[in-house]
Write a protein that binds this ligand. Structure first.
Ligand SMILES: NC(=O)c1ccc[n+]([C@@H]2O[C@H](COP(=O)([O-])OP(=O)(O)OC[C@H]3O[C@@H](n4cnc5c(N)ncnc54)[C@H](O)[C@@H]3O)[C@@H](O)[C@H]2O)c1
Length: 459
C-alpha cells in the first residue's frame, strides 16, 4: 500500500468568503442552508453525492467521497462576502431570481443575516456596473489591508478555525500579463502605485493569500493566474485554483468533444451561441469583459482535440462562441450548438444541441466542492496551483511547463487518483493493475512529479 499523507482533521468551523454575492453566490448559500435543513439535496456536488472506487473491481469498495476523505461538514460552514450592492443574501437571491420564494422564504432569517461588506471595486474593470457599497482607500495596497482586516474580523466574529475564498464576483475586463505580474515584489510595488494592470479581483486574491487563505477563482479573468500571486501562494503555502466555473455550454463541450476524439470523428466547425439575461449576461455584454470569457471558452476544444496530433481530423476547425444578453431569460440561459462533423471517407454529419440550463444551479455545487476541497488541500499540506481541481474549471490553471487538461473524464480521474494517492490507496489506471509507481510520485502544489527516493511528500 502507498503511504498515507498526513491530513489535519477539519476541526471547528470553516468560513467561506465570497467576493461577489450575486446569482451564483446566493444560490450556493441558500442551497447549503436548504441541504442542512433537509429541504433539498445538493445535487451536482461530488463531495456530497459522489463515490470513489477503491482497490480492485472485485473488492466492491466504493465509499462516498465525504466518508473517504475528511471534509468540513455542511453544519460547520459559515458564510461572509463582499458586494458593491448593499442587498443582504435574501434580497440578492430574490433579485437574482434563480431560486423561488417558496424555497427562499423558510430560510429568510438566515439569509438576511448575511450582509455584504463594502467591496473593492473600480468601474474601469467592470464597465457595466456601479454600486454604492464600495471601500475608499488611497492605493490598492491600502484596500488590500482593509480586506485583510475584514477577513480577520469575520474569522473572529464567526469563530472560524479556517477560511477559504471563492471569487463569485463579476467578470473583469481582459488583462494581459505585464511585468507587474511577474514577481511578488513587483506586484506589491504595483499595489502601492495603483498600477492599472492590477484589478480589484487581484487585490482580493492578494489579501486572501497573504492571510493564508486558499483562493479559488470562479471567473475567467486573469486574477491569480500570474507568476506573482502563484509565487506568493507558494511562499505562504496556500492552495490556489481557477479559472471560470465549468458550467453550461462549456461543460457540454468537454463532455462531447472527448467522445468524438475517442472515436476519431472529424470536426469542421463548432458554432456556439447563447442567450442569457442575468447580471452576469449584462456584464458580459461589454466587449472587454466578454474577451475574458471568450478566451476561456475557446481554449477548450484545441486542448481536447489535439489538432497537432490529428491534423486530418481537427486542423483548422472553425470555432465560434457568442453570448447575447437577453433580459427576459434571466438566469435561465439557452444555448444552441451546431457541430459540423465528418466520418468514414469524409462524409459530413451534423449534431445540434439545444441546452436549456440554469447557470447558477450548475455553478452552486461547484462553489461548494471547491470550497471544501481547497480547505482539504490546505489541511493535506498542498499549496500553489491545485491542478487536480481542473474538473471544475473552463480554463484550468496549470504549471507553465504543462498544458491545461480540459477533458472532463481525465479531469475526474485525476481528481479521484489524487484523493486515492493522498489517502494511501492504489491509483486506478483501468489496466487492472494499480500504479506501481505510486510511492514515487509526489504532488507539489497539485502537480504530479517524480519524487526523489526519500518519500512522497518531500518537495
Ligand atoms: N453562473 C455560471 O454558471 C457561471 C459559470 C462560470 C463562471 N461564472 C462567473 O461567476 C461570476 C458570478 O456569476 P453570477 O451569475 O453570480 O453573476 P452576478 O452578476 O449575479 O453576481 C456577481 C456579483 O459580483 C458583484 N461584484 C462585481 N465586482 C465586484 C467586486 N469587485 N467586489 C465585490 N463584488 C463585486 C456584483 O455586484 C454582483 O452582485 C461571474 O464572473 C461569472 O462569469 C458563472
Amino acid at each position: 500500500m502507498p503511504e498515507k499523507a498526513h491530513v489535519q482533521e477539519p476541526a471547528g468551523k470553516l468560513g467561506i468568503l465570497l467576493p461577489g454575492m450575486g446569482a451564483v453566490a446566493t444560490t450556493f448559500v441558500a442551497g447549503v442552508e436548504a441541504a442542512r435543513r433537509g429541504l433539498g439535496m445538493p445535487i451536482g456536488s461530488l463531495t456530497q453525492m459522489g463515490t470513489i472506487r477503491l482497490g480492485k473491481r472485485s473488492d466492491k469498495r466504493s465509499p462516498m467521497i465525504k466518508d473517504f476523505i475528511t471534509l468540513a461538514k455542511l453544519e460547520d460552514i459559515e458564510f461572509a462576502g463582499w458586494d458593491i450592492f448593499e442587498d443582504d443574501c435574501y434580497e440578492a437571491a430574490c433579485k437574482a431570481g434563480v431560486l423561488e420564494r417558496a424555497h427562499l422564504d423558510p430560510m429568510k432569517d438566515m439569509l438576511k443575516s448575511i450582509k455584504p461588506m463594502p467591496a473593492v471595486f473600480d468601474k474601469r474593470y467592470v464597465k457595466k456596473l456601479s454600486g454604492p457599497n464600495v471601500k475608499k482607500g488611497a492605493t490598492w495596497y491600502d484596500l488590500a489591508q482593509q480586506l485583510k482586516d475584514d477577513m480577520q474580523r469575520v474569522k473572529e466574529e464567526k469563530k472560524c478555525r479556517r477560511m477559504v475564498a471563492v471569487w463569485c464576483g463579476s467578470t473583469e475586463i481582459y488583462l494581459e500579463k505585464k511585468p507587474v505580474h511577474e514577481t511578488i515584489e513587483a506586484f506589491e510595488a504595483g499595489l502601492k502605485k495603483n498600477d492599472p494592470s492590477i484589478s480589484p479581483s487581484m487585490v482580493y486574491a492578494y489579501a486572501a493569500i497573504s492571510s493564508g487563505i486558499p483562493y479559488a477563482n470562479g471567473a475567467p479573468h486573469l486574477c491569480v493566474d500570474t507568476p506573482a500571486l502563484v509565487q506568493l501562494a507558494r511562499e505562504k503555502k496556500v492552495p490556489l485554483s481557477g479559472k471560470d466555473f465549468k458550467t453550461g455550454q462549456t461543460l457540454m463541450k468537454t463532455i462531447i468533444a472527448p467522445g468524438l476524439k475517442a472515436r476519431l470523428i472529424g470536426l469542421n466547425g463548432w458554432f456556439s451561441t447563447n442567450i442569457l439575461g442575468n447580471r452576469d449576461g449584462e456584464v458580459l455584454d461589454d466587449p472587454e469583459s466578454f474577451k475574458s470569457k471568450e478566451v476561456s471558452k475557446l481554449s477548450v476544444l484545441d486542448s481536447i482535440l489535439q489538432p497537432h496530433l490529428y491534423p486530418e481530423l481537427y486542423k483548422d476547425f472553425y470555432h465560434k462562441v457568442r453570448i447575447n444578453y437577453y433580459p427576459p431569460r434571466g438566469d435561465n440561459k439557452e444555448s444552441w450548438d451546431n457541430l459540423d462533423i465528418f466520418g468514414w471517407l469524409g462524409y459530413p454529419m451534423q449534431i445540434k444541441i439545444n441546452f436549456l440550463c440554469r447557470d447558477s444551479i450548475l455553478a452552486a455545487p461547484i462553489v461548494l466542492d471547491l470550497a471544501l476541497l481547497m480547505d482539504f488541500s490546505q489541511r493535506a499540506g498542498l499549496y500553489g496551483i491545485q491542478e487536480w481541481l481542473s474538473f471544475y474549471y473552463k480554463s484550468p490553471m496549470c504549471a507553465p511547463e504543462l498544458y491545461p487538461e480540459h477533458d472532463l473524464y481525465i479531469q475526474l480521474m485525476k481528481l479521484k487518483n489524487n484523493l486515492r494517492h493522498l489517502m494511501g490507496e492504489e491509483l486506478i489506471t483501468h489496466l487492472g493493475v494499480a500504479a506501481k509507481k505510486t510511492p514515487f510520485v509526489v504532488l507539489e502544489g497539485g502537480v504530479w512529479r517524480e519524487a526523489p527516493p526519500h518519500g512522497p511528500h518531500s518537495s
